[in-house]
Design a protein around this ligand. Sequence first.
Ligand SMILES: NC(=O)c1ccc[n+]([C@@H]2O[C@H](COP(=O)([O-])OP(=O)(O)OC[C@H]3O[C@@H](n4cnc5c(N)ncnc54)[C@H](O)[C@@H]3O)[C@@H](O)[C@H]2O)c1
Length: 264
Amino acid sequence: MRDGVVVVTGAAGGIGAAIVTELLATGYRVVGVDRQPRQLVDERLAWVHGDVGKPGTHRLAVSAAAEIGLLEGWVNNAGRIENTPLHALSDAEAEDTLRCNLYGTLAGTRAALQSFVATGVQGSIVNVSSIHARGAFPGTPAYDATKGAIEALTRNAAVEYGHLGIRVNAIAPGAIRTAMIIDALKAADEPTRLERDFAALHPLGRLGEPHEVARAARFLLSADASFVSGAVLAVDGAAGARVYPFPPHADVPIRAAAAPAPEE
Ligand SMILES: NC(=O)c1ccc[n+]([C@@H]2O[C@H](COP(=O)([O-])OP(=O)(O)OC[C@H]3O[C@@H](n4cnc5c(N)ncnc54)[C@H](O)[C@@H]3O)[C@@H](O)[C@H]2O)c1
């Protein structure tokens, strides 16, 4: 059993909730941060109810961590996406996305670094980027911009604080089955067709599951990733590797691999 504490933002649902579950199962204590109430009750899980777009939320998370142990890790996962092309994007919607995704990640990274520097902990920070950081998608201009910036911020902090043994990495997921994707499917004229199109983006032939991203976060937080820093780990079924459609060979049967169950 570990006694280290990890802060996870956007912890109430989707990928964040899967990361919390994965870290609790590994033995960490966790501080979950979200605008929503906690879904999971566990004696090793503390909760900060707040908006990552506000600096006070990160201060509260640091204090909550100090109450239950030594802060060793921080996952900046909270994010929002818009569905409006740039010419029609209002200032309010742009501000919401920039504030949550970019400012939230910057302020979370800063809070984690301040704590690691003060305590001398060689901590690990994981920022959740996206396949959108490197590839454009329709109707998500501010989101795409924030994800590109998150990868630049990750490299900056990794280089600036590497001499202290602090590691900073990012994860870039493809389409993962969470509310973010399920809401888009529900809003589509032809949800089944859109889900097939999303799946077809990934050479592995399916959407990813939240626990598959959570495992990558657990790895990057752990000592198994002791020489991994400034990296962006794609968890995208090879979607980001493809620049050409590669139709499957007619003489090879298609067998899309199923996602492993969360407990496997
Ligand atoms: N689902 C995908 O396909 C996908 C793909 C690539 C990257 N991502 C990234 O993964 C992260 C998690 O996404 P998800 O799919 O789990 O989304 P989700 O919408 O299912 O969950 C997001 C969580 O963040 C919380 N949240 C949102 N804004 C917040 C704020 N300002 N302050 C505090 N909490 C806030 C929400 O309440 C929610 O619990 C995001 O950064 C997203 O950009 C998701």
